[in-house]
Write a protein that binds this ligand. Structure first.
Ligand SMILES: Nc1ncnc2c1ncn2[C@@H]1O[C@H](COP(=O)(O)OP(=O)(O)OP(=O)(O)O)[C@@H](O)[C@H]1O
Ligand SMILES: [Mg+2]
Length: 273
């Protein structure tokens, strides 16, 4: 895409969305810069997942516009939209791997898909050989701290935490520019949660990807986010850096912060930023 380096990775311009009479987003505007880690927080049902779905264009706003790399999604045809989806790697809460395939086949899946091959052809790149696919699979497994000894295992033969990593590796394989996580640590124990957080930070540093992380977890946000966006009652309640969030007098933010500090004192984890 031809957007300049200063073009925001993601921009919402006065986006509104309702289901029936229930307003989920009401004239919501924000910009996320390339390479930023943004946490989207809010109580259950406040439109966090709906926000992610607007970024990948599977939901359309009732009013307002969503831009990815400067492209107004409402102006794109299905080919344009699938291009955007390819640049936005979505990491779901559940690993959603295919149990009948090996780890290798699961991670290679996206590299063999017709969409990926067509996109490569369209940008004048040659089709990946099986050797190149193999190299890429090993490379992305290394990025998520897994070694190639598990390549021939099936998902049920590895732990849940490893399955989540494999699922992340599968998302990374085609080389997305922006990673969208929907509750990556919900349901994980504190140690695995820490490991996943660290991984998100490391991927951001190494690959310079933009990361949008939907979460309930202020403690995680305080540790790794550059900025935090809190949705409440269809609006942005707070949107700012960690120091700005810490200074917020909003009761909901105070609740989130005191929960995070409680987590810190119980787990001995440092909530340092
Ligand atoms: N396709 C849909 N049709 C009708 N209502 C929907 C649809 N998708 C979401 N909603 C409603 O929109 C609201 C926001 O949903 P969303 O999934 O974004 O919440 P959330 O903030 O992600 O919550 P949680 O933390 O529980 O995942 C909810 O009330 C949900 O029921
Ligand atoms: Mg959700």
């Amino acid at each position: 895409m031809s957007a300049s380096a200063n073009t925001p990775a993601i921009r919402f311009d006065s986006v509104s969305k309702a289901f029936g009479s229930k307003k989920i987003l009401s004239e919501v505007s924000f910009e996320i810069a390339r390479g930023e880690i943004v946490f989207v927080l809010g109580k259950s049902g406040m439109g966090k997942s709906v926000t992610l779905k607007h970024i990948i264009g599977v939901m359309k706003p009732d009013a307002g516009r969503v831009f990815v790399e400067g492209k107004d999604l409402s102006t794109l045809d299905s080919r344009g939209l699938s291009g955007v989806r390819r640049r936005c790697g979505m990491v779901f809460q559940q690993p959603a791997l295919l149990d009948s395939l090996t780890v290798y086949e699961n991670v290679a899946f996206g590299l063999k898909s017709p969409e990926f091959r067509t996109a490569r052809a369209a940008s004048g790149q040659k089709e990946l050989t099986e050797n190149e696919i193999q190299t890429r699979v090993v490379e992305v497994l290394e990025l998520v701290k897994l070694d190639s000894s598990i390549l021939n295992l099936n998902p049920p033969q590895i732990s849940y935490g490893m399955q989540k990593r494999v699922s992340l590796a599968r998302t990374l394989a085609p080389g997305p520019s922006h990673l969208l996580f929907d509750e990556p640590t919900t349901g994980l124990d504190p140690i695995t949660t820490q490991a996943v957080n660290k991984l998100i930070r490391e991927l951001s540093d190494k690959l310079k990807v933009t990361s949008v992380v939907v979460s309930h977890d202020m403690a995680c946000a305080l540790q790794i986010a550059d900025r935090v966006l809190v949705l409440d009652q269809a609006r942005i309640l707070v949107w700012g850096t960690i120091p700005e969030i810490r200074q917020s007098k909003e009761p909901l933010i105070q609740d989130f912060l005191s929960e995070a500090l409680e987590f810190e004192s119980q787990s001995g984890q440092e909530v340092h930023r």
